[in-house]
Design a protein around this ligand. Structure first.
Ligand code: PMP
Length: 420
């Protein structure tokens, strides 16, 4: 065993770092659902690069496509030039994802991160409608650039902007009032009331399951009602599928469960498949009013990511197997979490969909203690929610049932030791 040298992170790297504080080791390698630290310890990954590693670390199918591409001197940096890798990806995306779902979307490459995709979605909605205001939801998370931050709820992150964040009005997300009030009526009421003071919005931006906001799951009927309201009032519906897309909740798009077709969809994180930066913004054909170059970015053409994205779509999305396995594995976590919430009623509850599952602690301190114990026992899991009160599980979709059970045992033991 070697000792882990961490001085340079403390002396040179900015105080802004965060994950490294909860997981104070130095990681060296990873494969599948496991990371290895420099001192030889193994960590089971229930975090999956915050949802960027749905197919696991260094997935061999994607790795071999990537190695072949690099070895053949394939284009690495391509801006928005036409390349063989991009053509292949667009064709596969159309044949495996869009066509089977009857989705007639145009595809924009907005720059490689989730927040880039959100910025492009907001700009496009404003350009199409000529309106500036956007409706967002309580506890939403859409990214750290100013437009995306303006539709994000978290007050600490908003304060980081240093300027007023304007042109966004938050509405209650599904179940915000614990089911006591029909949350949704507030929005339709103020839209129709000329005395409400609400500016007519260009768009509504919504996550179907709020990941960073604490694993808040919108019911399909709520999403459906939202989509109907938007279309009746000619407001564009943007679904931010950056974290919940690419199969995280089961189907490729998280909104499929509600049978809706959003006007605009944002994708990033796992679309590249291998953890390489990549994002897409999808929108209905008639919304494609961009002028050439009106939204751009130097790293829109990360061709190695196109290669791994293509391999992932081709391998994992030619049939229903991954979706079905994701739903089954999600149910396995939900069962284990339901046992814990029955044992520790009043202290612990649970919610989730597919392979995003949350264990919610009445006392937020206990959630971070559980994650701390889990780390010591070789398991990575993060907290989310406005007070970091939710232990959020986001394992790779390719995780085995044995690995899942191993991690769930660690979490159950940690919860027992914190709550008993
Ligand atoms: N939207 C959602 C729903 C997200 O979860 C995130 C990242 N957690 C983002 C946007 C921003 O993505 P990025 O960090 O790649 O900018």
């Amino acid at each position: 065993m070697t000792t882990v040298e961490t001085d340079v992170f403390q002396t040179l790297e900015s105080e802004v770092r965060s994950y490294s504080r909860g997981w104070p080791t130095v990681f060296e390698s990873a494969s599948g659902s496991w990371l290895r630290s420099e001192d030889g310890k193994e960590y089971l990954d229930f975090f999956a690069g915050a949802g960027a590693l749905n197919y696991g670390h260094n997935n061999p199918i994607l790795k071999s496509a990537l190695i072949d591409y690099i070895a053949s001197d394939g284009i690495t940096h391509g801006l928005d030039m036409q390349t063989v890798a991009k053509r292949q990806l667009l064709e596969t995306f159309e044949s495996k994802i869009l066509a089977p779902r009857g989705l007639d979307y145009k595809v924009q490459f907005p720059g490689p991160t989730g927040t880039n995709s959100v910025e492009s979605a907001l700009k496009l909605a404003r350009k199409v409608t000529g309106r500036s205001s956007i409706i967002n939801f309580t506890n939403a998370f859409h990214g750290m650039t100013l437009g995306a931050l303006s539709v994000t709820g978290n007050s600490m992150k908003r304060a980081g902007a240093g300027v007023p964040l304007v042109h966004a009005t938050p509405m209650p997300f599904d179940n915000y009032f614990d089911g006591v009030t029909e949350d949704f009526h507030w929005f339709s009421r103020v839209l129709d009331d000329s005395g409400s003071g609400l500016n007519r919005p260009a768009a509504v931006i919504v996550e179907t399951v709020q990941g960073e906001g604490g694993v808040n799951v919108a019911r399909p009927e709520w999403l459906k009602a939202l989509a109907t309201l938007c279309s009746e009032r000619e407001i564009l519906l943007i679904v931010d599928d950056v974290q919940m897309g690419c199969g995280r909740t089961g189907p490729f798009f998280s909104f499929e469960i509600a049978g809706i077709t959003p006007d605009i969809v944002t994708l990033s994180k796992s679309i590249g498949g291998y953890g390489l930066p990549m994002a897409l913004t999808l929108f209905k054909r008639e919304l494609d009013v961009w002028s050439p170059g009106e939204h751009n970015g130097t790293f829109r053409g990360n061709n190695p990511a196109f290669v791994t994205a293509n391999a992932a779509l081709d391998h994992y999305w030619s049939d229903e197997a991954l979706s079905e396995a994701t739903i089954a594995k999600g149910a396995r976590i939900a069962d284990a979490f339901t046992d814990l919430s029955n044992t520790f009623e009043g202290q612990v509850s649970t919610r989730g969909r597919g392979l995003v599952q949350g264990l919610v602690f009445a006392d937020p301190d206990k959630a971070s203690k559980v994650c701390g114990i889990a780390f010591d026992q070789g398991l990575l899991a993060e907290t989310s929610g406005p007070s970091d009160e939710v232990v959020k599980l986001l394992p790779p979709l390719t995780i085995t049932e044995d690995e899942l059970d191993h991690g769930l045992r660690i979490l159950a033991d940690a919860t027992h030791s914190v709550c008993s």
